[in-house]
Design a protein around this ligand. Structure first.
Ligand code: ZN
Length: 385
């Protein structure tokens, strides 16, 4: 990958298989992360943002030129979606991205950061086939090399790209298998030789499977949805004034910070309402493991040197460590964090990143990163699970 290109896009934490094990409840349930109870300055502006028809047309033609006919544009409140999936699947996708948009805006407002609606709808691509998405990614210089990279945001084009996991054999088979199991269980219920206790157990099993079926109305559940929320959060945070967009390609936004924050948006709805704002349990477990193995990177170097995200154990250490720092600062140093963000946002197009400059900025707002600092951080994180 080109050296000057920010590879926020790379989903380096993608695991070896798409997890279809369990599914979250219906995407069409009322979002519990909504802002109806809040008012005044804490209200998330969810009004419709104008589309950029020229941008849509250019993107649509480009996709059709390279991938083929049959793409359409769907407009949601904040997004233009270039897609060739079924209407049902793009509706599920739209719901998931808008939910993430709202969560991002709400979170920024909670941090007292002045955010704005993007001047135009953001643009994303939603390919029905993995192969189409892979080919297109290669044409636009993206990182896709395996179906495990479910989607990504590319700051160079400013677009995000996803493929339709619901259209994969793994997803369809999982769905089919649930249907078959339910029908087998229903047959057992009809048999005369089944005790009433057994019947109760079977009914419970059927209920659980039906819940899984409902969950399949979401973007795909589990990892799939985590990735969507992570990548959409990157894109949204760049467009609503949270990250510095002007100097994005000059690395004005510390990489640990961009990745750490995006991971705050990964937790999905597991049935008890929206996952937004909850602890990222996956990353917490990984982090605790790293602490146990004494495998963390030195914090002062880590928050100042982008190379930790290019070389070394990027997925295994850099991601969980950046999450743990972001989690800590957003929970314990909110005022300082706002000042840090404000200063990053004042960096202009001439900005040049240096390791010394990044460390100075971090320490100016969060204090000298010495043994005591690291100890306080780890102590706080001990309780985070
Ligand atoms: Zn990321």
């Amino acid at each position: 990958m080109h050296m000057r290109r920010i590879s926020i896009a790379a989903i380096l934490f993608a695991t070896s298989a798409i997890a279809f094990g369990s599914f979250v409840p219906s995407a069409f349930a009322k979002p519990s992360d909504d802002d109806e109870s809040s008012s005044g300055k804490h209200k998330v502006d969810m009004s419709d943002v104008p589309a950029d028809p020229r941008n849509e047309l250019v993107s649509l033609r480009y996709v059709e030129k390279h991938i083929g006919e049959g793409f359409k544009v769907r407009r949601s409140l904040h997004y233009s979606i270039i897609y060739n999936t079924s209407e049902e699947d793009v509706a599920v996708f739209e719901y998931a991205i808008e939910k993430t948009y709202r969560a991002c805006a709400k979170w920024c407002i909670g941090l007292d950061i002045e955010v704005h609606q993007p001047p135009e709808k953001l643009l994303t691509h939603f390919f029905n086939e993995y192969k189409e998405y892979e080919r297109y990614s290669q044409i636009v210089g993206g990182p896709v090399s395996s179906p495990n990279i479910l989607g990504y945001y590319d700051p160079t084009t400013d677009y995000s790209y996803f493929y339709n996991v619901r259209n994969t054999p793994a997803f369809k088979n999982a769905k089919l298998q649930i249907e078959e199991t339910i029908s087998q269980l229903a047959d057992q219920l009809r048999r005369g030789d089944v005790s009433s206790d057994q019947k109760k157990a079977i009914r419970r099993q059927i209920l659980a499977l039906r819940a899984s079926q409902n969950g399949m109305n979401t973007f795909g559940g589990d990892l799939t949805e985590e990735v969507l929320q992570h990548e959409v959060a990157h894109q949204v945070l760049f467009h609503i004034g949270f990250h510095n967009r002007q100097a994005a390609l000059q690395f004005a936004n510390p990489r640990w910070f961009a990745e750490g924050v995006a991971q705050l948006f990964e937790p999905i709805d597991e049935g008890g309402g929206s996952g937004f704002g909850k602890v990222n349990k996956t990353k917490a477990a990984e982090f605790h493991n790293l602490v146990k193995q004494n495998a963390l990177y030195p914090v002062d170097g880590f928050v100042s040197d982008i190379n930790y995200f290019f070389t070394g154990n990027v997925g295994g250490i850099a991601y969980p460590q950046s999450w743990a720092i972001a989690h800590y600062l957003t929970r314990t140093k909110r005022k300082e964090l706002k000042a840090y963000i404000d200063e990053i946002n004042r960096r202009d197009g001439d900005f040049e990143m240096t390791v010394e400059g990044e460390l100075e900025l971090f320490q100016k707002h969060f204090g000298k990163v010495d043994d005591a600092w690291v100890k306080r951080w780890k102590k706080y994180m001990e309780r985070v699970n």
